[in-house]
Write a protein that binds this ligand. Structure first.
Ligand code: ADP
Ligand code: MG
Length: 728
C-alpha cells in the first residue's frame, strides 16, 4: 500500500539524475566556493588589514576593531555577489543545535530607495534577543539579552537554496556579564588551555619553533535514512526522533549483508548531493559507506582544527537532514531510532597538531621524537583515567543512554585501548625495564625506535570507547545527534591538565638533577612516564569491552560505571571537576552549574515527551486497532456458532487478543500514573523519569509489540520495522 518505488522513480527524475549523463563533480572548483576563505580575503582586503586578520586567525592575536569595517565591507560585497540578501550570526546555543536570526542587508534610505548596509559593528557583534534559549539561570530576566560575537577563526559562509541565499557568520554567544551561553566559547577556551600546556611541554623537549598547538578533530557521523512516507506515519519518529514501538522484524541485521554493501541508487544520489553541498561550504567530506544496521550509513570528513570541525559537524548534520527531504527521505540522527538493531554514534577522532604541521600523537622515527610521543600519549591516558566521569558526562543524553552499554556500542565504562605493541612499551616503561639494547637505549627501554604502530583497521578493537588508532585517539561514545563541542571541550581540558601536571613533574625532576644533559633529561622523562603509567594503568584495557568479565574486572580496578545520564550528571559538579574547569579558564563554577541544570532539564523533558507520545500512540492507535480486531473475532465467533462450525481456533485467537488488550490497558494505566508524578527538584524529576517512567514505557511497548505480531497488518496503525528498514 505504500507506492514507494514509484515515488522514488519520479523523484529521481525530478532531481535530474535519471536519463541524464552523470555530470562529473568538479570538486576543485566547487570546494569552498561558498566560503569567505583566506584566499578570498587576500584578494579583497588591503594588505595590512589582511595581515592583521591572519595574525588573529593563526596566532590568536586580539582582533583590532578598526579593521572590522573594512572586513565587513569586503564580506558584504562578496556575499551579495553570491546572491545573499541577508546575513545572520550563526551560533550554537546550549540546545546542541545551531541558531540564526536573519537580518536583511537592505536598509531603506531617505530617497525612498534602499541601500545595502553591513558595518563592522554588524559583523563583530549582534544582539539576537535570544532570551528563550536555555541559560540555566545565567540570565535573570532583567539581563535576559545575550549577544553574539564574531569568531574570526571560523570563516563566514553562504547558505543557499534555489530561492535565495544568506551569509552566515560563525559567532560565539554570551551574556552581557560575559558568561558563555553556548558551546563555542568553552571550546575555544579549552583550545587555548591545551595550546598553552602543550607548548610548555614542547619547550621542555627543546622544540622552539612552534607558535601554536591545536586539537585536530575528524568525526565520523552515522545516520539512518528512511522513506518520508513511513516517517510521517509514525508519530513517535516525528515527535521523538525514535520509534517507541515496533516488533523485531523477521530479518534484522543478522545477515550482515548491509555493511559496506553497495549503496542503493536513491541513497547514492542523496549522498552525492550532500557531498556537493558540503564541498561548497568547505567541509572536507571524504568517506561514505553503508553501516551495520539496515538503512544505516556513515559520512566522514577529513580532520580539521577542533573549532572548525565542530562548526562543520553542525553543517554536516544540517545538510544531511535538508538534502534527504529532496529525495523523499528523512535522515534520522537519533542515537537509537530502532530497538534491536545498531544505533548511531559519532566517532570523534582527536589528536594535537602544531602550526608547523607536527602531529603530537604520531610516533616518530627517532628516539627523541618517540620520547615526546610517549609523553603526550601518556598524558592522554592519564587524562582519561583521572576524568573518566567527565568524558562519560560529555556524552550523556537520553538518546545515547539507549546505545552505551548495549552490545553494539562502547560500554558506559571508560577505558583506553592502546594496542598490543604500545601497551607492551607502556609496561616496560612502568617497570623501568631495561632490555638489552644495542644502541644504548631510549629511556632504558631497549627500544631506540618504536616498532611501526598499526595504523589500519586490522587489529582495531571496535569495542573500546577510547582507542589509540595509530596517530590519534578515537572517542567512540559520542552520540550521533550530539554537538561535538562539549566532548572536545572536555578532552582538550583534561589533556591540558595532564600535560600541566606532567610538565611540572618534569620541571621538578630536571631541577633536582641540576645539570641538563641529554641523559639527565631522558632519565627525568622516564621517571615521569613511569609514575604516570603506574597511576593510570587501570584505565588501559585491550580486551573485549562487551564481555561481562570486563564489567567485573573494571569494578575491581575501581573504574566508574555510570550507566545512565542521571548517574553520570550527578558527578558534573564534583569539586575536582569544578576546580579543573576553573583552573584552566574553560568554565566558571556558575557556567558549569548552568550546564548541569540545562542537561538535566533536557533529559527530563525528553523522557517526558517520549512518555506522553507513547501514551498517545498506545491509547489512540494501538488499542483501537486491537479492539477492532477483537470485535471482528467475536462477530466471527457468533456467526460461526450460528452455522454450527467448530470455533475452537477463533475462540483461542480472541482470547489471545483479549488478554493482550487487558495487559496493554493495565500497563498503560501505570505509565499514565507514573508520568503524572512530579518531584520537588530537578534531580528528583530526572531520577523519576529514569527509574520509573522509562521502565513503564518499556512495559507498554513490550505488550504492544506482541500485539503487532497478532493484529492483522491492515489494521496496524503504523508502518512496521519490516517496511521502514527495508524499503530504500
Ligand atoms: P578509519 O576510517 O580507519 O577509522 P581514517 O584514517 O579514515 O580511519 O580516519 C577516520 C577519521 O579520523 C577521519 O575523519 C580522519 O580525518 C580522522 N583523523 C585522521 N587523522 C587525524 C588526526 N591526526 N587528528 C584527528 N582526526 C584524524
Ligand atoms: Mg573509525
Amino acid at each position: 500500500d505504500y507506492n514507494v518505488l514509484a515515488a522514488t522513480k519520479t523523484r529521481l527524475t525530478l532531481n535530474g539524475t535519471r536519463d541524464q549523463k552523470p555530470q562529473p563533480m568538479d570538486i576543485e572548483r566547487i570546494f569552498g566556493e561558498n566560503v569567505f576563505s583566506l584566499e578570498e580575503m587576500k584578494n579583497r582586503l588591503p594588505k595590512k588589514v589582511y595581515e592583521s586578520l591572519v595574525a588573529t586567525i593563526e596566532k590568536g592575536e586580539p582582533l583590532s576593531p578598526e579593521i572590522a569595517d573594512t572586513v565587513a565591507l569586503a564580506m558584504k560585497e562578496w556575499a551579495i555577489e553570491k546572491g545573499a540578501t541577508h546575513f545572520t550570526h550563526w551560533f550554537q546555543p546550549l540546545t546542541g543545535m545551531t541558531a540564526e536570526k536573519h537580518e536583511s542587508f537592505i536598509t531603506p534610505n531617505k530617497g525612498g530607495g534602499a541601500i545595502a548596509v553591513f558595518s563592522g559593528r554588524d559583523l563583530i557583534q549582534g544582539e539576537p534577543d535570544a532570551s528563550s534559549f536555555p541559560s540555566g539561570g545565567l540570565r535573570a530576566t532583567f539581563e535576559a539579552r545575550g549577544y553574539t560575537a564574531w569568531d574570526p577563526t571560523s570563516p563566514a559562509f553562504i547558505m543557499e537554496n534555489p530561492n535565495g541565499a544568506y551569509l552566515a557568520i560563525p559567532t560565539a554567544f554570551a551574556s552581557w556579564t560575559g558568561e558563555a551561553l553556548d558551546h563555542k566559547i568553552p571550546l575555544l577556551r579549552s583550545m587555548h588551555a591545551l595550546d598553552k600546556q602543550a607548548r610548555r611541554v614542547l619547550q621542555l623537549f627543546g622544540v622552539k619553533n612552534v607558535h601554536k598547538v591545536y586539537p585536530t578533530v575528524g568525526s565520523e557521523q552515522e545516520y539512518f535514512l528512511i522513506d518520508e512516507e513511513f516517517y510521517y506515519r509514525r508519530p513517535d519518529l516525528v515527535t521523538c526522533g525514535r520509534t517507541l514501538f515496533g516488533a523485531k522484524p523477521p530479518r534484522g541485521q543478522e545477515m550482515e549483508d548491509h555493511y559496506f554493501g553497495s549503496i542503493p541508487e536513491r541513497v547514492l544520489a542523496f549522498m552525492l548531493e550532500v557531498e556537493k553541498e558540503l564541498y561548497k561550504l568547505g567541509v572536507p567530506v571524504k568517506t561514505r559507506h553503508n553501516e551495520v544496521a539496515p538503512s544505516q550509513y556513515e559520512i566522514a570528513p577529513l580532520f580539521e582544527n577542533a573549532n572548525l570541525a565542530a562548526d562543520h559537524q553542525q553543517l554536516i548534520m544540517q545538510t544531511l537532514k535538508n538534502v534527504a527531504r529532496r529525495y523523499g527521505l528523512v535522515c534520522l540522527l537519533h542515537e537509537k531510532p530502532f530497538a534491536g538493531v545498531n544505533g548511531s554514534g559519532k566517532h570523534n577522532n582527536w589528536s594535537m597538531s602544531t602550526d608547523t604541521g607536527m602531529n603530537l600523537l604520531d610516533p616518530g622515527d627517532n628516539p627523541h621524537d618517540n620520547m615526546q610521543f610517549l609523553f603526550f600519549c601518556a598524558a592522554v591516558v592519564r587524562a582519561v583515567h583521572k576524568y573518566q566521569d567527565l568524558l562519560r558526562i560529555s556524552v550523556a543524553t537520553a538518546g545515547n543512554d539507549h546505545r552505551l552499554g548495549a552490545n553494539e556500542a562502547p560500554p558506559a565504562i571508560m577505558s583506553v585501548f592502546l594496542g598490543e605493541q604500545l601497551e607492551d612499551i607502556f609496561n616496560q616503561l612502568e617497570n623501568g625495564g631495561v632490555r638489552g639494547s644495542k644502541q644504548g637505549g631510549l629511556l632504558g627501554l631497549g627500544v631506540p625506535v618504536l616498532p611501526p604502530l598499526p595504523r589500519h583497521a586490522g587489529d582495531r578493537n571496535r569495542t573500546s570507547p577510547f582507542a589509540f588508532t595509530g596517530n590519534k585517539f578515537e572517542f567512540r561514545a559520542v552520540g550521533a545527534s550530539q554537538s561535538i563541542s562539549f566532548p572536545n571541550t572536555v578532552l582538550n581540558t583534561i589533556v591540558a591538565d595532564a600535560l600541566d601536571e606532567m610538565a611540572t613533574m618534569l620541571e621538578e625532576k630536571l631541577k633536582a638533577r641540576g645539570k641538563r644533559t641529554k641523559q639527565a633529561f631522558e632519565e627525568a622523562v622516564a621517571e615521569v612516564l613511569r609514575e604516570v603509567i603506574r597511576e593510570s594503568k587501570p584505565i588501559i584495557f585491550n580486551g573485549d569491552n562487551y564481555s561481562s568479565e570486563w564489567h567485573a574486572e573494571a569494578e575491581r580496578r575501581g573504574l566508574l560505571n555510570l550507566p545512565n545520564t542521571v548517574e553520570a550528571l550527578a558527578h558534573l559538579l564534583d569539586e575536582k571537576n569544578v576546580q579543573l574547569f576553573e583552573r584552566h579558564g574553560v568554565l566558571s563554577r556558575r557556567e558549569l552549574e548552568s550546564r548541569y541544570e540545562i542537561l538535566l532539564d533536557q533529559y527530563t523533558k525528553t523522557i517526558n515527551i517520549e512518555a506522553e507520545t507513547a501514551e498517545y500512540i498506545a491509547r489512540t492507535m494501538i488499542l483501537p486497532a486491537a479492539l477492532r480486531y477483537l470485535r471482528e473475532l467475536t462477530e466471527t465467533l457468533d456467526e460461526a456458532k450460528d452455522l454450527g462450525l467448530n470455533v475452537a481456533g477463533v475462540r483461542e485467537t480472541a482470547e489471545e487478543v483479549a488478554t493482550l488488550i487487558n495487559e496493554l490497558r493495565q500497563r498503560l494505566d501505570v505509565l499514565i500514573a507514573e508520568n503524572q508524578k512530579r518531584g520537588e527538584t530537578l534531580e528528583e524529576n530526572a531520577r523519576h523519569k529514569c527509574y520509573d517512567v522509562l521502565p513503564a514505557m518499556q512495559a507498554v511497548r513490550e505488550v504492544a509489540d506482541r500485539l503487532e505480531r497478532v493484529v492483522p497488518h491492515e489494521y496496524w496503525p503504523m508502518p512496521t520495522y519490516r517496511e521502514i528498514l527495508f524499503v530504500k
